[in-house]
Structures are given as structure tokens and as C-alpha cells.
Design a protein around this ligand. Structure first.
Ligand code: PLP
Length: 370
């Protein structure tokens, strides 16, 4: 079972790139790094290096580099700044007890980046280059992969239109970058159920739009409704499609557990297909649970909770892994959600695989430091 099919282009064998490596002479020393890794938070500190690969319509992918982490010089007319032609990925590197460094299903992120690229009229980075970029960065910044409980190195690949041109067409000059940020446990003091605000005035994506692509514009569209959620006292926002079906949170997929043990998750062309969700559903199937991917109308959620047919609701994504949903709130109601144990059991199993504490029966791990 996999949602994530390879695209037919750009997966063919390519010759490995030769990265030019420039070491950061101002790299943090071990004591400074250790101080950051005690409590890295999320997305605020960055490692000493970054990877970049250029692309042009004429020359294809070229000039692969590892260089000191730092500001990017952009022409003020760079297309990304005007028309938002940008995509990204999110993936983690985990340190195992023996010191080795692993990542999780990276070829799926590579292929998703290709699908996002197609939708945003950007060039498709070959899967092999994507994997090489992760290895190159870990080769210089591997000491930044923390070893504390639930800690990881969050890897952020991204690609944008850098051509200086204000006409509206796909850019002919593009940059791919990879940066990395040490990440602590997402929830301090254990996993707590989150409260969710139902956005009835705003959508994050529409039919035929970019909802299935991991692109900054979707996040830009989610920020105002997310602020509304905060104002209403909620942690996150959930979006519906134009027909009133449940879609997803701003950056996490949603899964419902019914009383017969079936896991139901929304499926539509405007949802971002999460690798965490796919993996969690696979682990549930391995335990004999049924899985349904289909449209979920909002009333099915509300009525299911009221009748007891739905026994658990959770959200999932790479950053927070799995988060139970405790409350669904909207202008006209506040539904307390039932809580069960399956979400956290599956979370535990998934993180045990990622950190090398449970057998990787599906071959999901890729070692990055060897
Ligand atoms: C990244 C993302 C997810 C989660 O995907 P994972 O592969 O599980 O990290 C879900 N929804 C949106 C909108 C996303 O951008």
C-alpha cells in the first residue's frame, strides 16, 4: 500500500553529482553546538552548512555545492518574490543508540517534491540528487543530529524561481537548497490533545488548485485562518472543501478511528498526501485494522462523535508525528472529541522504528552517514 507513486520522469538513472564543498570557517564549536542541542526548539537554529544545486532551462542541474549556511543573494526581480513559484519538503534525520544516522522513507519525499515541482512548473529534481543532497549535508553537519529523547535534525529541502524576470511564465533559472535545523520534542511535557478551529470562511486549497503540492502559497493562505483559530482559543485550524468534506489542518493530515477499529482518512485531490499518515495507516493495517481513504463530510465527523461511532481523532505529520485532537470548535458549536489509545500506540511504534528501537519490517529507514 502506498499513495506515493514515482513520477515517470526524472527517476531514470542519473550520474551522481560531484559536490564542491566549502567548509564554514565560522562553524559553531562543539561547546556552542552542545548548548543549542540541549533544547533546540523547532526551526530556530540552523546547522553550519547548506546544500545548493542550480538549474537552468539551458544547462539543466549544475553547480552542486555544500557551502557555509548564510543569506542567499537574490535579484529583487526574482520570480519567487512576485509570483510565489516555490516548493519545499520536510524530513527528519534520527540518531540511533549506536550513533548511526538514519532518515525515513526519503524517496517518498523526493517523489513528492517532483510532483510538487510539476504542479508549480518547476524542474523535477532526480530522486538520486535529492538523496545525495541529504547525505552531503549530513557528511559535514552530522554532529548536529541530536541524541536526546524525541530529538532529530529537521531537514528542509526547497526549490524556488530565481530568474530575474517580471513576465509571467515558468522561470528558466531555479535553485534547489537544503538547510537543516535541530529539533527538540515537539511537545514539551508529553503529547497533549490539540484543540481545532473549524474554518468556515476560508479554504486552503480548491479543486484544480495547488492543495496536493507542498508549496509556500498554501501556507500563506492558511495563516489568516490560523490566526483566527488562535483568537478563538484553538491550537490549529481544520479546512473543509467546497462540498463540506473535511480536508486537513494547515500542515497535518486527519485520521478518524471508528468503534470497529477502522481508520478513515479524507481523500481528495486538494489534500497533501502525508508520508506520516501513509506510514501510520500501514502500521495499523499490519495490526489488522481496516483503512478507508475517502471523502468525509463534516456531519459524518460530528454525528459519529455524538453517536459514539467515532472513538478517536488524530492529526499527523513529520514535525509533530501524531497528535490526538481533543476538541473541534466552530462559530456555532464545541464538540469534545473522544480519546482512545490507538493514536499514541501507533505514534510509539512509528517513532520506535525511526529511532531504531523496533524492527524496520517495511525497509523504511535509509542510513545517511555511511
Ligand atoms: C507536509 C504536510 C503534511 C504532512 O506530510 P508528512 O509527509 O507526513 O510530513 C500534511 N499537510 C500539509 C498541508 C503539509 O504541507
Amino acid at each position: 500500500m502506498t499513495l506515493i507513486e514515482p513520477t515517470d520522469r526524472a527517476t531514470a538513472d542519473v550520474a551522481p553529482l560531484e559536490f564542491a564543498v566549502t567548509k564554514n570557517l565560522a562553524a559553531k564549536n562543539p561547546a556552542q553546538r552542545a548548548e543549542i542541542l540541549v533544547d533546540p526548539g523547532f526551526g530556530t537554529s540552523f546547522t553550519d552548512h547548506m546544500v545548493d544545486i542550480c538549474w537552468s532551462a539551458r544547462g539543466g542541474w549544475h553547480r552542486p555545492r555544500v557551502q557555509p549556511y548564510g543569506p542567499i543573494a537574490l535579484d529583487p526581480a526574482a520570480a519567487v518574490l512576485h509570483y510565489g513559484q516555490e516548493i519545499f519538503e520536510g524530513i527528519k534525520a534520527y540518531r540511533h543508540a549506536d550513533g548511526s544516522i538514519h532518515t525515513f522513507r526519503p524517496e517518498h519525499n523526493a517523489r513528492r517534491l517532483q510532483r510538487s515541482a510539476r504542479r508549480l512548473a518547476l524542474p523535477e529534481l532526480p530522486v538520486e540528487y535529492f538523496l545525495q543532497s541529504l547525505r552531503e549535508l549530513v557528511a559535514v553537519d552530522g554532529d548536529w543530529v541530536p541524541s536526546g529523547a524525541d530529538q532529530s535534525l529537521y531537514l528542509r529541502p526547497f526549490m524556488f524561481a530565481k530568474e530575474a524576470f517580471l513576465g509571467v511564465r515558468p522561470a528558466q533559472k531555479v535553485a534547489y537548497y537544503l538547510i537543516a535545523s535541530p529539533a527538540g520534542a515537539y511537545f514539551t511535557g508529553g503529547v497533549k490533545p490539540v484543540s481545532i478551529w473549524l474554518s468556515e470562511d476560508y479554504a486552503r486549497a480548491g479543486r484544480g488548485g495547488t492543495g496536493a503540492a507542498k508549496t509556500g502559497g498554501n501556507y500563506a493562505a492558511s495563516l489568516l485562518p490560523q490566526s483566527e483559530a488562535y483568537e478563538k482559543g484553538c491550537d490549529q485550524v481544520v479546512f473543509l472543501d467546497a462540498d463540506g468534506n473535511v480536508e486537513e489542518l494547515g500542515g497535518m493530515n486527519v485520521v478518524f478511528v471508528t468503534k470497529d477499529g477502522t481508520l478513515v482518512t479524507p481523500q481528495s485531490e486538494s489534500i497533501l498526501e502525508g508520508i506520516t499518515r501513509d506510514s501510520i495507516l500501514q502500521l495499523a493495517q499490519d495490526r489488522g485494522h481496516r483503512v478507508e481513504r475517502r471523502a468525509v463530510p463534516l456531519p459524518e465527523w460530528r454525528d459519529g462523535v455524538a453517536s459514539g461511532d467515532i472513538v478517536e481523532v488524530f492529526a499527523c505529520g513529520t514535525a509533530a508525528v501524531v497528535t490526538p485532537i481533543g476538541v473541534l470548535k466552530a462559530a456555532g458549536f464545541e464538540d469534545v472529541q473522544p480519546t482512545g489509545t490507538l493514536a499514541l500506540e501507533l505514534r510509539g511504534h512509528l517513532t520506535d522504528i525511526q529511532y531504531g528501537r523496533a524492527e524496520d519490517t517495511h525497509g523504511w529507514l535509509t542510513r545517511l552517514d555511511a
